[in-house]
Each structure stands twice: as C-alpha cells, then as structure tokens.
Design a protein around this ligand. Structure first.
Ligand code: FAD
Ligand code: DHB
Length: 388
C-alpha cells in the first residue's frame, strides 16, 4: 500500500487528522489496534473547549455535537461549605460543550467511512521503519496477513501506550513527568442532571466532580487511592462518599440513580519532547498526558492535529517545510500551558494526605483568592475554555 500520510491510532487525534487531510485533498490511511465497537464504546473525556467545538464544526463533523451536546457558560467551585460560580462566558466571551469523547469518535468514524476511509481496525504488530529517511513505512498484520504501507510521513496518534513514541531516538528525546498520589473513581449513573453546570468540589475527604453525559446519564468522579479496586466500592459506599463531599447546607442535593459503570483512573503529567523526528510526528496522548482536572487531554490532541493539518496543507501546496519543521515547537508551547493549568487545578482542588496544616491553609486561601479576585477567576476561565 502507498499513501501520503500513514496515521497510527484511531483516537480523536488520528481520526480528526485523517478527516482534515481529506478535506484538503491529502490521502491518509489510519491503522487502529482495537475494533470499531470497542473504540466507539470507551468512556473517556467529556469537555470540549471552544476551539475544539469550532474546529469540529468547520470540518463538518459538529452537527450532532451541536444538537446533543450541552453548551455550558460557567462552572462551579465548591469548598468551605459554599458553591462559587465562575462565569466562563462573561470572563472570556467563550464557552465549553459537554459532549462525550466516544460520540466524537462515532462522528469521526462515520465521516471517514463515508469518505471511503481507509481505516483499518484490529491491526497488530505495528512497526515503524525508515522515519529518519524520506521513505518511511509502517509494517503491520491485518486479517492474518503481513502488510506494509509506504508513506511520505508517519504520524503517531497511538496514545500513551502506543509504539510510535519509541521511534524518536532516545538520544534526542527528553521525557518530563510527574505522578500524583491519588486517582479518580469514575461512575456513570442513570439519573437526571443534579446541576446545570459542572461542579468541581474541594473537601477534606477529597476532590469530587459532578459532570454530565446526557439528560438521562450523569458522570461523577471522586478522588481515591489509585491502587484501590472498584470491587471495594458498593453503590451505597459510593453514594455516601459523594454526598459527604458535595453537599453543603444550601439545600442542593445530588441525584442518585442506577450506577452502570465504575472505573479508577490514574493521574499523571507527562511530556515527551521533541514531538517530531525526521518524517515522524507525534500528536495527542502519544506525546503528552495531563491529569484530568483541567479537562484538557482531548482538546490538546485536537490542537496538535490542527497544527499538523495546516503544516501538511502548506507542504503539499507549495513544497514549503516551514510549518512542518516548527510543528514540535509550536505544539509544545500550548502543551506546556495546558500542563501547567492541569497541574495547578489538580493541586488546588485535591486533598494531599501528607499536607502540613500550613499547606492546607495556603490551599484554602488560594481557593478564596480564585473566587474573590476577578483577575484570578479570569485566568482560570481563560485556561479552562482554551482562550489562548
Ligand atoms: P487515544 O484516545 O488514546 O487514542 C489512541 C488510539 O490508538 C487508541 O484507539 C488505541 O487503541 C490506538 N493504538 C494504541 N496503540 C496502537 C498501535 N500499536 N497500533 C495501532 N493503534 C494503536 N480530555 C479532555 O479534553 N477533556 C476531558 O474532560 C477529559 N476527561 C477524561 C476523563 C478520563 C476518565 C480519561 C481517561 C481521559 C480524559 N481526557 C479528557 C483525556 C482524553 O481522553 C485523551 O487525552 C484523548 O483520548 C487523547 O486522544 P488521542 O487520540 O491522542 O489518544
Ligand atoms: C469530565 C472529565 C474531566 O476531566 C473534567 O475536568 C470535567 C468533566 C467528564 O468526563 O465529563
């Protein structure tokens, strides 16, 4: 097989890149190790920044997002027995949409298949070759046969556990990382929404988050021990924990419902730089991970492929490699701002078991500052909606 751009991974980054290239008349092939039903059912992110919403709309894949997603103009921060609203739209002129990542995936898969793909599921043994030459290739197995794709470029969109990152030579690569001493326990619940906007709660028992998926399905998270197991958490124990972390004396109550999914998510900050070497470029979680508190992961993946699509448009239009050569530097500027914000939101809102009384009071004072200073609230809002 021969194509212009070989893309490894059919997550938001790989699928959207393939679609944006198609709109510019550039050919690509996407290789995915999992099955279509599996990628369309994996529950992950929920919050789309304004720039992500705009890009999906411009690319003609935003119709269902606009119809079924929930446009939010603010978020709430809850601590010290009170809830405080951060008015995102008043502070930044922008908004966010809560629309599940697997619905974005379904929309993108449908668009790729409508346009004739090619999109190969359930590939295995993916290996990159010659990315330091101008004839890179990807070998893999599909439907029991060994295959090879020759391409002009290879793009690694295969997530944190993919194979692409390792093809950037260790001699030029630097990894930056931080792990956190807690994880998130996530549940999906059949109930009506408890709140019109997301609630990020800081409580002495730990962080909790109220999000949504649809008028009948809600997404809730609470800080937990990352080595804990979902079987240790009965539904009653989960509800008790959520009620105690989220409810104050203001009469607001969390709606209960049937819990139909439970999972525990680890938290890390990670950047691998540079994000390109020779004819290989990395995009999304293959190159960087953020803890989920700032809701940035999928948005960063989409920001990367927006840059790549522009760079390839320039390259195939007039042969200029300027944007391709500056891809890593351009992407990393935004990545590090999001790394900073995600680390900051995580540190602001979680409970640290080893915090001294001094550190606990400083954390409380910082929360007070954020909700009482328009400047601090604006900084949070700008980062949250991605207004930079
Ligand atoms: P992925 O989505 O990981 O896709 C990579 C794809 O590559 C996968 O389909 C994988 O099967 C495939 N693959 C892997 N290895 C290979 C291989 N060798 N060959 C072929 N294919 C391969 N982000 C937000 O922006 N907002 C949020 O609210 C948010 N909430 C989150 C909540 C949770 C619980 C979690 C876990 C994450 C959350 N994120 C959020 C992060 C977001 O889900 C990720 O950042 C996003 O999925 C990254 O997209 P990607 O395309 O780079 O990688
Ligand atoms: C969701 C996930 C996040 O990480 C976040 O900050 C907000 C919402 C969600 O899954 O709905």
């Amino acid at each position: 097989m021969r194509t212009q751009i070989a893309i490894i991974g059919a997550g938001p980054a790989g699928l959207l890149l393939s679609h944006l290239l198609h709109l510019q008349g550039i050919e690509s092939i996407v290789l995915e190790s999992r099955s279509r039903p599996e990628i369309e059912a994996t529950i992950r992110a929920g919050v789309l920044e304004q720039g992500t919403m705009d890009l999906l709309t411009e690319a003609g894949v935003g119709e269902r997002m606009r119809a079924e997603g929930a446009l939010h103009h603010g978020i709430e921060l809850a601590f010290g027995g009170r809830r405080h609203r951060i008015d995102l739209t008043e502070l930044t002129g922008k908004a966010i949409t809560v629309y599940p990542q697997h619905e974005v995936i379904k929309d993108l898969v449908a668009a790729r298949i409508d346009a004739g793909g090619p999109l190969l599921f359930e590939v295995s043994d993916v290996a990159l070759h010659g990315v330091d030459t101008d004839k890179p290739s990807v070998r893999f197995s599909h439907a029991g046969a060994e295959q090879i794709i020759e391409a002009d470029f290879v793009i690694g969109c295969d997530g944190f556990h993919g194979v692409s990152r390792a093809a950037i030579p260790a001699s030029v690569r630097q990894d930056y990382q931080r792990t956190y001493p807690f994880g998130w326990f996530g549940i999906l619940v059949e109930s009506a929404p408890s709140s019109e906007e997301l609630i990020y709660a800081h409580h002495e028992r730990g962080f909790a988050l109220v999000s949504t998926r649809s008028p009948t399905v809600q997404r809730l998270y609470f800080q937990c021990d990352p080595s804990d197991h979902v079987d240790n958490w009965s539904d009653d124990r989960i509800w008790n924990e959520l009620h105690s972390r989220l409810e104050n004396n203001d009469g607001w109550r969390l709606n209960e419902g049937k819990i139909f999914q439970k999972n525990i998510i680890g938290m890390r900050s990670f950047v691998s730089a540079p994000m390109q070497s020779g004819r290989l470029m990395l995009a999304g979680d293959a190159a960087h991970i953020v803890p989920p508190t700032g809701a940035k992961g999928m948005n960063l993946a989409i920001g990367d492929v927006k840059l790549l699509a522009r760079a390839f448009e320039q390259f195939y239009r007039d042969g200029s490699e300027d944007r391709l050569n500056s891809y890593s530097a351009d992407a990393l500027k935004r990545v590090w701002r999001a790394e900073y914000f995600s680390w900051w939101m995580t540190s602001l809102l979680h409970t640290f078991a080893d915090a001294t009384p001094f550190q606990r009071e400083i954390q409380r004072a910082e929360l007070e500052n954020v909700v009482s200073s328009r400047a601090m609230a604006t900084a949070l809002a700008e980062n949250y909606v991605g207004a930079f």
